[in-house]
Write a protein that binds this ligand. Structure first.
Ligand SMILES: Nc1ncnc2c1ncn2[C@@H]1O[C@H](COP(=O)(O)OP(=O)(O)OP(=O)(O)O)[C@@H](O)[C@H]1O
Length: 327
């Protein structure tokens, strides 16, 4: 079942071009040169309930603009959005009850209150009934382990603790959809690992649908089954990371060190180079597995060491952003 449906969504921002200099200043008083920036240019997609989708693209691609329209903050120029069957433009209050939003760069928590007090405030804002609030608080504490700093003022929390607090706060009213904007930005390796684990756990335990915008490709690799890439306001890719890798970098490289120099060929792999006792092979993973290749070659000459080179995720995404992806 689709919980998000977006069809032919467009957002144009109005930009007034200002002329420079004294002559320009006088001219601006009488004539306004209005230009339009198409930040989102006719995009359509659906998201299935319970999915975790990465919505990524280079700076200025249109990600925030899309998320702001999905959450009803911005009015689209054209197109339609349905969140669980309801249009955020027509009934924003009902849609917001179903959404949780977390911005990595900007906390939603009140800096002057203790974390627990902030939660209580949200309970009142969302009018969460006592029983549900207690159950949610207990479940969220099992995931985020915030009880150890629940009485700490928000301003004194570390970035990692604050993010745990922010994620818990966004989930207090049991939303079905969570928008995460750069949830791991600025976190150290350990905190990033935990935040990703928490996100997975929320998704698994509550079946929450998650839309993640990020520039951290580790987030994409470790969390998302599906990837939507937007550039210059248009969707340029929509599918799994694996299928993108297969199209952009179908070849893998196997480096074999033999005990003695050897030139050994294989019908399913290209021998790219031989240098003393080291040979490099290039092969397609849907034609032969690395294990099979190693086994076949080892029948002809004893192998000392092997190494497998895969395409780097950031190279793959950079190629995808450039639009040079074979179909
Ligand atoms: N309020 C605004 N008025 C005019 N133009 C805007 C406004 N907000 C965004 N834009 C323009 O719309 C385009 C898309 O911006 P948006 O913030 O959606 O991109 P983004 O993909 O979220 O980028 P980033 O990764 O840098 O956050 C950009 O060209 C931006 O300059």
């Amino acid at each position: 079942m689709n919980i998000i449906e977006v069809s032919h969504l467009v957002k144009e921002y109005k930009k007034i071009k200002k002329e420079r200099g004294l002559y320009g200043a006088v001219k601006n008083l009488f004539v306004q040169d209005v230009q339009y920036v198409r930040a989102v240019d006719d995009i359509s997609f659906e998201v299935e309930k319970g999915d975790i989708v990465a919505y990524i693209g280079p700076n200025g691609a249109g990600k925030s603009t899309t998320v702001k329209m999905l959450s009803g903050i911005l009015q689209p120029t054209a197109g339609e959005i349905l969140i669980d069957g309801i249009s955020p433009q027509k009934d924003r209050r009902r849609v917001v009850r179903n959404l949780g939003v977390v911005f990595g760069q900007r906390s939603q928590l009140n800096w002057n209150l203790r974390l627990g007090e902030t939660f209580d405030l949200l309970k009142r804002i969302y009018q969460i009934e006592d029983g549900l609030y207690d159950r949610n608080l207990r479940m969220l504490d099992e995931i985020f382990r915030f009880s150890e700093f629940i009485d700490t003022p928000v301003r004194q929390l570390s970035l990692g603790q604050r993010m745990r607090g922010d994620l818990a706060a966004a989930m207090l009213h049991s939303p079905q959809i969570l928008f995460l904007d750069e949830p791991t930005i600025g976190l150290d390796v350990e905190a990033k690992y935990s935040v990703r684990k928490f996100i997975r756990e929320i998704n698994q335990r509550s079946g929450t649908t998650i839309i993640l915008t990020t520039h951290d490709l580790g987030d994409v690799q470790e969390l998302c089954r599906r990837l939507i890439i937007i550039n210059e306001g248009k969707i340029i890719e929509d599918g799994s990371l694996d299928s993108l890798v297969d199209r952009i970098a179908p070849y893998r490289q196997l480096v074999i060190d033999f005990y003695h120099p050897a030139v050994i060929r294989h019908p399913k792999a290209e021998l790219v180079s031989v240098e003393e006792a080291r040979a490099v092979y290039k092969f397609k993973k849907d034609e032969i597995t690395a294990a099979r290749l190693i086994e076949d070659i080892s029948h002809t000459a004893p192998i000392k060491e092997v190494g497998l080179k895969e395409a780097r995720i950031d190279d793959i995404i950079r190629t995808a952003y450039s639009g040079n992806v074979p179909q």
